[in-house]
Every structure is written in structure tokens, then in C-alpha cells.
Design a protein around this ligand. Structure first.
Ligand code: IPE
Ligand code: IPE
Ligand code: MG
Ligand code: MG
Ligand code: MG
Length: 372
């Protein structure tokens, strides 16, 4: 079928700085003036691929690179995920005797697993735009904070009532429901504070904040989640499911890609074609991610998912898998991934990391749902 296609209060910041001044110096609110030259990104910064493997992984040998000298896809993704996790650990202050249970729960929600797909999308689009690596790390961390917020709230008893996430008890099971609600609230605030505190010119920071806010607004993830709950037990047309998926999952995917590019390239008339290509990529990939999630909910086991399987059917949620049928949904995904790849192919080798993320998703689906 064709694809139709930090923070925290100043007191917490002071505690962080006292605990780890080296880490705090790298925090976005601690060293102003690093990104002043946003329109001349050819100088004065370290692109991701050049720095990768030197800082985060303590030095990667020649075997980590292909014939072109570029990091192999899997190494690039591991390195990127690791750097974003280091940024998360720095931005969500380390626990100590004075640390609150809320911050401990926020770290629990963000630092234990996850495929880091949205952060990698940001890094990949940032690589395409030649954005500064340290800025991308923090923007990627902000995106992962927001993603974790949506997951923590999604798991609440009033929503999907899930007890397992990323192979661990969900936040409300471990810390209580009230704390889980506040974890989501605070992660959202910390995501915006991270963006607002970047050492970038005001216009860039506003563009990033707007992008992320839009993604989780009533027109984005929050609206999609409301639609998800309103459709329980109903038989609906596929078109409505696709709209819901584009909102509840696709909107943050789109923002992740755009935010990586926005770290270096303003969205102006001169770059309209670039943003158009990126949005077409995201529309297909964001939908593919949620369809994969729907398929695996129906077919995979707890060990694979790190979540309780069969939840959608048990909760009588209409999904792509239930409306189209499992086999058609399974065939839909490669179409979407192919369309996403075609959208960025005209951008040439600069888009290689975005293409590799599509390949990773395809391999993940093939490994866990090889039925087609
Ligand atoms: C789960 O997203 C929720 C969806 C929107 C599909 P992921 O499958 O990306 O979750 P993590 O971050 O890897 O745990
Ligand atoms: C959730 O979709 C999408 C979000 C906005 C978090 P699901 O409810 O299908 O995600 P999982 O399966 O719990 O990860
Ligand atoms: Mg849900
Ligand atoms: Mg859920
Ligand atoms: Mg699901």
C-alpha cells in the first residue's frame, strides 16, 4: 500500500555547582557567550563527527570509522545517545543528601534506558546543519526530558495505567502518583529552562522554545493523547487514527528534527526547501514510529518491549494494527520509512545520519516483528 502518506531553583543550581564545578561549567546557564556566531557556523565549534569518540567514549579506534573516515552508524548512535545522557545527568542535578525525591524521580524517568530516537533525530539534523555539538547535546537532552514527561503521564492510572516502562516499574508505581504527576510537570519546565538558558542569540532560543511547545500543545502530543482517550472502545476510520498518531507521536518527532536544524540554520525564506524536506521526513517517520509501537504492543513480549504487552487491545484502543490489520500495518511501515528517506535524499550525503536512523527503525521492526 502506498504511504499516504536546570534549572531547578537557583538553590539547586548552586548545589550542583558546588558538587561538580567542572560539570556545572558546561551547563547552559553557567557559561554565557559560546554560541554568539550562529550565522557563521563554519568556525569556532566542533562538529559532532569530529568530536565524537574523543570526549564521550574516551577515544574510538579506526575500526569505529568507515572508509570515508566517518563514524559507523551504530557507533555514531551509541556515542550520541551517551552524550545526551551525560547532558541529562548534568542538567538534572545529581542526587546527594539534600536532593529531593522529586529530582530523584525525574532522574529515574530520564536516565534509565530508552532508544533515544528523538535525541538522535536532533543530532542527525544538527549534523546536517553543521550545528555545534555541545549545543545539540543540551537540546537533545531537553527533547528527551519532554519525551519522558509524556511517557510518565501516559503511564498514569488515569491514562494508560501501565506498571512497566523501559523494563522498570513506572514512575507512579515506584514513587507514587502525586510525584509522577509532578515529575512530568517539572521535566517539562526543565526542558524549556534548558532551551531558554542556551548560550545562543535570543531569536534562536525563542525558535527552539516555540518548536518544543508547539509539539506538546493541544495541537500536538497533548491533543493527540486526548484523542487517544476519547476513542477508547470506538471503531474509527483509519484517517482519524493517522491524525491521532501524527499528533501524539509525530509532533515531537517533527520538533526533534527541526530543533536540530534550528541550532544552526534559521527557518527563513532561503531555507524553506530544507525545512520542507525535513518536515516530509518527519511526517513519515513519526507515523512509522507509532505504527511500529502499535504492532509490537500486539506481537512482542515483555522482555522485548520493556512494557506490558497487549495493552492496547486490553484497553480497547483503536490503533493502526487493529484498524488496518497486523499484516497491513506491518507492510505500511517500510513504505513510510522509504518515503521518509526519499524526502531527504535530495539533501545528499549531509542527510546520511537521518537516513541511518530510518535503517535502524527498519532493522528494529524486522528483528522484533519479522512476520511480513
Ligand atoms: C514510546 O516511544 C511512545 C511512543 C510515542 C511510540 P519510544 O518507543 O521511542 O520510547 P523509548 O524512549 O525508546 O522508551
Ligand atoms: C503514547 O503512545 C504516546 C505518547 C505521547 C507518550 P502509547 O501509549 O502507545 O505509548 P506506550 O506504548 O505506552 O509507550
Ligand atoms: Mg497512551
Ligand atoms: Mg501507553
Ligand atoms: Mg503503545
Amino acid at each position: 500500500m502506498p504511504a499516504t502518506r536546570g534549572i531547578a531553583a537557583l538553590g539547586a543550581r548552586a548545589r550542583c555547582e558546588a558538587r561538580n564545578t567542572a560539570a556545572a561549567r558546561r551547563s547552559p546557564w553557567a557559561s554565557p557567550g559560546r554560541y554568539k556566531d550562529m550565522n557563521n557556523m563554519q568556525t569556532g565549534y566542533t562538529p559532532h563527527d569530529d568530536r565524537a569518540g574523543v570526549s564521550a567514549n574516551g577515544g574510538l579506534g579506526a575500526q569505529a570509522r568507515g572508509a570515508s573516515g566517518r563514524l559507523l552508524p551504530e557507533i555514531w548512535m551509541q556515542d550520541g545517545a551517551k552524550r545526551v545522557e551525560q547532558a541529562l545527568a548534568r542538567l538534572l542535578c545529581a542526587e546527594d543528601d539534600g536532593e529531593t525525591e522529586l529530582m530523584a524521580a525525574m532522574r529515574y524517568a530520564t536516565l534509565h534506558g530508552g532508544k533515544r530516537t528523538r535525541a538522535l533525530l536532533c543530532l542527525a539534523a544538527g549534523a546536517l546543519a553543521d550545528a555545534p555539538a555541545h549545543m545539540l547535546d543540551d537540546v537533545g537532552a531537553a527533547i528527551e526530558m519532554m519525551h519522558a514527561c509524556t511517557l510518565v503521564h501516559d503511564d498514569l492510572p488515569a491514562m494508560d495505567d501501565d506498571v512497566l516502562r523501559r523494563g522498570l516499574p513506572t514512575v507512579h508505581v515506584k514513587f507514587g502518583e502525586a510525584t509522577a504527576i509532578l515529575v512530568g510537570d517539572a521535566l517539562q519546565a526543565h526542558a524549556f529552562l534548558t532551551l531558554a538558558s542556551l548560550d545562543a542569540p535570543g531569536d534562536n532560543r525563542i525558535a527552539l522554545v516555540r518548536e518544543l511547545a508547539q509539539a506538546v500543545s493541544a495541537e500536538g502530543a497533548a491533543g493527540g493523547q486526548a484523542m487517544d482517550l476519547s476513542l477508547v472502545g470506538k471503531h474509527v476510520e483509519l484517517d482519524r487514527i493517522l491524525v491521532m498518531h501524527r499528533m501524539k507521536c509525530g509532533a515531537l518527532v517533527r520538533a526533534s528534527v527541526r530543533m536540530g536544524a534550528l541550532c544552526a540554520i534559521a527557518e527563513d525564506a532561503a531555507h524553506a526547501a530544507l525545512y520542507c524536506a525535513l518536515d516530509r521526513y518527519s511526517a513519515c517517520f513519526g507515523l512509522a514510529l507509532q505504527v511500529i509501537d502499535d504492532i509490537l504492543d500486539a506481537t512482542a513480549d515483555t522482555a522485548t518491549l520493556g512494557k506490558t504487552p497487549g495493552k492496547d487491545a486490553a484497553a480497547r484502543k483503536p490503533t493502526c494494527a487493529s484498524i488496518m490489520g497486523l499484516q497491513a500495518a506491518r507492510q505500511f511501515v517500510p513504505d513510510l520509512l522509504r518515503d521518509a528517506g526519499e524526502a531527504v535524499a535530495p539533501l545528499g550525503p549531509r542527510a546520511e545520519r537521518l537516513a541511518q536512523i530510518l535503517q535502524r527503525a527498519n532493522a528494529y521492526l524486522f528483528k522484533h516483528a519479522p512476520c511480513a
